[in-house]
Design a protein around this ligand. Sequence first.
Ligand SMILES: [Zn+2]
Length: 488
Amino acid sequence: MNRKRRMYRLVRLAECFFAAAWALGAQGIPQSTAPTPTSTSAIGDTAGLAREANVWLTQLIQINTTNPPGNEQAAAKYVAGILQREAITPEILEVMPGRSAVVARLRSSAISNPARALLLVAHMDVVGAERSRWSVDPFGAVIKDGYIYGRGALDDKSMLAANLATIIGLKRANARLNRDVIFLATDDEEGGGEASIKALIAKNWDKFAAGFAINEGGEVVMKGGKVQYVAVQASEKVAVNVAVVAKGTAGHASVPTKDNAVVHLAAAIEKIGNYSAPVHFTAIVRRYFEGLAAISDDEIGKWMRSLETSDRGEHAQRVISDTNPQWGAMMRDSIAPTMLNAGVRPNVIPGEARAILNIRLLPGDTIDALLSELRKLVNDPQVRLEVQPNGGLAAPPSSLESDFYAAISKVAAEEFAGAPVLPYQSTWATDSAQLRLHNVQAYGLWPFPVTDEDLKRMHGDDERISMASFNKGVEVLARIVSEFAVAK
Ligand SMILES: [Zn+2]
């Protein structure tokens, strides 16, 4: 981009920020009330910081980090440059050629205590965007109607910019920390492959070892212009892919056979597609529904409270799953057939037909137990189920009794007019599972108030974030981190 255009954009951005600030009330996003003595952020001017973070978010969206191939190196250099200018020494950790992470640390004392340290995590890569289905350039960071549009506007460059603002705010304020605060920008989160956090931990754990972390994965849920509740992700389901392979006799299509692989595969997929795994409640899901029942309308609340009753439980589980498929997926292992593959010519019966199932296990459930159920269900010697490599690993949940969870709850209640904080077990996977496997109490929270409608655009078309929401989220995150990491 040439200089003139860049200046123009920055001016536009500043104008939009003021428009967005004005629109805050209209959107029902509460502005911070006058800070009370117990809730003052150590970072002074968080609103000013949010304004700067708008520019970082915009420029991060403009760096195309579609994974594959990721190319996170460019975003890593950009992030490192910003930290450098603030006299926070960044280190670029090359995981694979062209793929890097960035780490930086504010120390609380000369000798670090990893068990106390707080890690601010966000990933730099994004999923692909189908340009023809977007109304704007997915990498243009177009500003329209108080929103920033672009791939990564929510997932996860907003969090990345907010983390950057937080560490920079603490540094500028020269905050007296009671624990190290570590900034970590990761690569290959969306791919979860060779360059992902698993590899980063294996090579460089000592550079960002921490006892606590905040990452993507939970939400500030807005409905009817008001924050309804704050869902803090403390656990997540485990993704595993399974191939369904049907074998049969190959031959000329003019003479159909009973053992046609396509027919056997289709029958198996139909049975699997209609199967519903048994319901289990983990402690987190139980607490989530208890909390949600208290703020839901009477009818839904009643069914949420009946989920585990012996007489009405099964019916309640059906009502709740039908009301919101996401809720259904929180209670049981889920199976989604996602790919089909068979045949090379219209007139040839293929010898093999394959499908892929994307399975999401509840933490604690095993793929072997589920597959033995599915084998019984399919009951066809021509069909095999094969677990594919690179499945996720189950991690222990993060504690709901930790000081950090308490700090998140306290700040969220203050910032969102008493909205309750509910623990959340996400159906999607994040980098937090790997952290939890390393004894980190990791919590997922995009601190930006977001509607269901905007959430659905994540990984979809016209992804966007309301600027008012982004600015609010920057302030909320800065306050959460101050509450936990700044000495009182
Ligand atoms: Zn993400």
